[in-house]
Design a protein around this ligand. Structure first.
Ligand code: URA
Length: 474
């Protein structure tokens, strides 16, 4: 047995060196015991029952695996070091497509840990609140935060970039991070008592939160899932929430009765993508949707796949849900159906970069079958749960043409079951804009005979062309 004692919970360098040495020396995973040195255990290194072997040879693993390992090591899961070493061991043994086997129990577990770390990171970035402390005439900012995972070290650089001109400390139960304006340092954990109560910034945060709070979008359950109660006691603005909720309806009424002054639209129509416009509602939704738990589909999926395209696109194309490739890439329509759609769009004279592409459901629903993930159709409850996001996309984008690809998209937009053969190829009035239904490109991929495929493809291109032509009439 080898025993590896890491210097601390996120001793990435220590773990990486040990994993490299062990793998090169052909030490199998079940012969290694991983642990973390207790802060008081000065003699832990001597606890190794066998010396580390001297390695020889070259060791390479994919960038994706390294990046996954860097995230997973932050998970508060004692088994993470061993799990990562098992993955490295398998990759080193020649399993080149390891991470693509997302239903493999070890890959799946690592992805789950990474997802939990990413979620925690998102919360930390959103909910850390600094309080001003003046000591001997010098102003410092101190924040208390309770992460679920070991994420402080990896996130320090983010707070340095964001608050570069302040001198600050972020205190957590397991570690503290400090920025003195020049360099970052880390120290032992702390307790909430180390953060002073006296808080001038509280008022600032309350005012800020009240100003970004949109009463028309009030959804208490979504709000508590986005801003879990666990964090409320450290959030000065939480004090404003009950009042904001109580007065929300009155504020909506007032908004409805206030004349609208439109913000100017960007002049470069297609150059900006949604993610380049962080202040837009779409960009906000693109960030928030990553944490969506409105139905259970998030759990086995790799990530949320939100829409993409210019925020003032005139055409919005809606598919069913991301497929296997989209789930891995995090972008809609990049797999086989997307490639067929690209070809058909080009033939119909539609430039994909000018279209906002999205799906009715934002997570991949599948049945694991061996190493493969087989597409499963989303049910009505899942479509309805995800409609929340589709409605935001539609409201923010206000496209002239909404092109629904297949029955799921049509059901989500029209709110009823749709028989494609009966309703395809003709304009459908949609609250001041125009809807248009056609088949889903994967329907063409599934057709068994070539003749039918060719015939249906021509009809599909004709539909796309007809939909785009509606731009001249609406
Ligand atoms: N099918 C869809 O409906 N959407 C995608 O993004 C990919 C395949």
């Amino acid at each position: 047995m080898r025993s590896v004692v890491l210097a601390h919970e996120v001793d990435w360098g220590g773990w990486r060196d040990a994993a490299r040495t062990l793998a090169l020396s052909n030490v199998p995973p079940d012969e290694v015991v991983w642990s973390v040195r207790a802060p008081s255990d000065l003699f832990a290194e001597q606890a190794e029952d066998m010396p580390m072997p001297k390695p020889s040879g070259v060791f390479t693993v994919s960038r994706a695996l390294v990046s996954l390992a860097e995230t997973v090591i932050q998970a508060r899961e004692p088994e993470r070091f061993a799990l990562l070493y098992r993955l490295i061991w398998r990759a080193h043994a020649g399993d080149k497509h390891l991470l693509e086997q997302v239903t493999d129990p070890e890959v799946n577990r690592a992805n789950r840990f990474a997802q939990a770390v990413r979620r925690d990171t998102h919360k930390m970035r959103a909910f850390v609140r600094f309080r001003e402390v003046v000591e001997q005439g010098v102003t410092r900012y101190v924040a208390w935060f309770e992460p679920s995972h070991f994420i402080v070290e990896a996130n320090a650089a983010f707070f340095v970039r964001r608050f570069a001109t302040m001198t600050w400390s972020i205190l957590t139960p397991y570690r503290s991070a400090h920025w003195n304006g020049v360099e970052t340092s880390f120290g032992p954990g702390a307790s909430p008592a180390d953060v002073p109560d006296d808080d001038k910034l509280a008022e600032y945060w309350r005012t800020y939160f009240s100003s970004i709070f949109n009463p028309a979008r009030l959804k208490i359950s979504a709000m508590t899932s986005e801003m879990p109660r666990k964090y409320w006691r450290n959030l000065p603005e939480a004090a404003a929430i009950p009042d904001l909720i109580r007065t929300a309806q009155a504020r909506v009424d007032a908004m409805v009765n206030t004349p609208v002054i439109s913000a100017p639209k960007p002049t470069n129509r297609f150059a900006q993508t949604v993610t380049e416009l962080p202040s837009s509602g779409l960009a906000r939704a693109a960030v928030e949707v990553a944490e969506c738990r409105r139905c259970h589909l998030w759990e086995p999926a790799t990530q949320t796949v939100f829409g993409e395209g210019p925020p003032d696109a005139q055409i919005m194309m809606i598919g069913e849900q991301p497929g296997d490739k989209e789930d891995l890439a995090g972008r809609p329509f990049v797999g086989p159906a997307g490639q067929l759609l690209d070809r058909a769009m080009a033939e119909a004279g539609i430039d994909r970069t000018q279209v906002y592409m999205t799906n009715a459901v934002k997570h991949f629903k599948f049945e694991p079958r061996g190493k493969r993930r087989i597409h499963a159709k989303p049910d009505t409850a899942e479509i309805m749960a995800c409609k929340f996001w589709l409605e935001i996309e539609r409201a923010e984008l206000a496209p002239k043409i909404t092109l629904m690809l297949g029955a799921t998209a049509a059901r989500a937009v029209l709110g009823r079951a749709v028989t494609i053969s009966r309703e395809r190829s003709k304009p459908i009035p949609l609250n001041g804009s125009t809807g248009f239904v056609t088949v889903h490109p994967s329907y063409l991929l599934r057709l068994p005979d070539e003749e039918a495929k060719a015939r249906e493809y021509v009809a599909f291109v004709a539909d796309l062309r007809a939909a785009a032509a509606l731009l001249d009439t609406v």
